[in-house]
Ligand binder design. Sequence first.
Ligand code: OAD
Length: 252
Amino acid sequence: MNAEILARAAELVAASQRPVVFTGAGVSKESGIPTFRDAMDGLWARYNPEDLATPRAFEAHPELVWNFYEHRRETLKNCQPNPAHYALAELERRAPACVVITQNVDGFHQMAGSRNVIPLHGNIRENRCFYLCPGVVPSTDLPKDGPIPPICPQCGEKSLRPNVIWFGEYLDDALMAAASEAISQCDLLLIVGTSGAVQPAASLAHQAIRMGKAVIEINPEPTPYSDQVDLFLAGTAGEILPRLIPGSTAIS
Ligand code: OAD
């Protein structure tokens, strides 16, 4: 890591009053969570996650898709937020207007102490009716036995599904509007650990670039954003963010 680029980035972060952070699967990689496109292990190795994460797959094979998410939830139980999440929570303590827009469904930003979080793709720890019943059911409230997937407790008819956005589904309008508003109000955007491959989320970073905001990207690999940002920091989120935002501590 080039020390001069790191120092310039640290200055921009320290001066920012309204930072926005746009995160993807890479920020949770050092927690031991595979990125969405990483090869899956064991029984799931023969499936492409993108084929399972669709409403059509759920309709055709509800038990298979439910069990795929149960597998991901089991993985989560053995993982915790990492220094990258804690550094971003510290950033919000220093700049209370800070907003984290995340594509991750693991809830680790919130667990690490970030409060202004926009979870664009939902929360894997929750479920909702596959049909239209409002509200969510935390996984901790699900019956231990019974049908798989469980039946929605409200309508008593349709299945519950994970409260995440699947391929081919629209994002929540209100969340997308809040994210876009945060970008237009920000004085610095940090893009961390996302390939920028999935729309419409990826367009939020392009919005900041188009608006001429200061933009820093952190990723071990270059992405489509890298040659458009002000500073590209090649490295992992857990290594770089604590150096940009020192002083964070894990909340136990
Ligand atoms: P991807 O799996 O597409 O990309 C992960 C990015 O993280 C890559 O650019 C990696 O180089 C980078 N990366 C890996 N390790 C890292 C580390 N330790 N620190 C920082 N960066 C690291 O994940 P996303 O961009 O989040 O959508 O994908 C976006 C969406 O695509 C996901 O939310 C999901 C998926 O399909 C839905 O579920 C709708």
